[in-house]
Design a protein. Sequence first.
Length: 261
Amino acid sequence: MAPNPFASHAVPPTADCKCCGELSPIAGVVDFSRSCQDAGSGPALEPYSGQAIYYYGCPRCGFVFTKAFDHWSAEDFAAHIYNENYFLHDPEYAETRPQYISGWVESLLGDGARDVRILDYGSGAGKMVEILRARGFSAIEAYDPISSPHRPSGTFSLITCFEVIEHTPDPMGLMKDIVAYLAADGVVYFSTGLCTPDILAAGIANWSYCAPRNGHISFYSRDTLFHLAREFGLNHAWFDDGRHLFFRYPAAAFIQRLLPT
């Protein structure tokens, strides 16, 4: 038999789901250079890198993931993804998104909750924390493994985690870390784009959110989120397909008015 010319670059046709352990086939492949900004008829922001990123799709919980970054360090991510060109791939990162997300948080808390202890997990440049401090939320802290790596202490009644969980190569490890900071009555308020059956049917490579150059390497279905909630003793609720809650009963007073009973 002739040797396989691609043997040194071979990718296994299946991998164990990182959330539920189910054997998962390849769901699609994109070049590492793929950016959320590449959708449409315009030219790609960066030339093809020649590095194929294979994504697997779990048939049980719907989680879509890649193993291409499992060995990367924080320094690797900082050098190759979250570098000086990152803002080109996510132009809302620095100003626009922190402005409207800070409004979401303020609406969630309502009046009279300025002293709630908040952790912005995956805080990026820290702009949302800066905005909320200026609005009187004095007990808010930032944590980001790259831009703000000093580990916080204690627990928090509200953990915000916006456009973060799709960036991790280790969803179970991330959840374990977040839950370790969650107060007994705490709430995790997070956002991520859901990967639906329609997206998978159309091909994961055709979804603009599937963009490794943005650091988008893990995609969750609603079933994935329910699975993660159960694994960590939490409940899951949502505002829409993009904004979600993990929480325990009884939840903090500021959130009880919004939760299902």
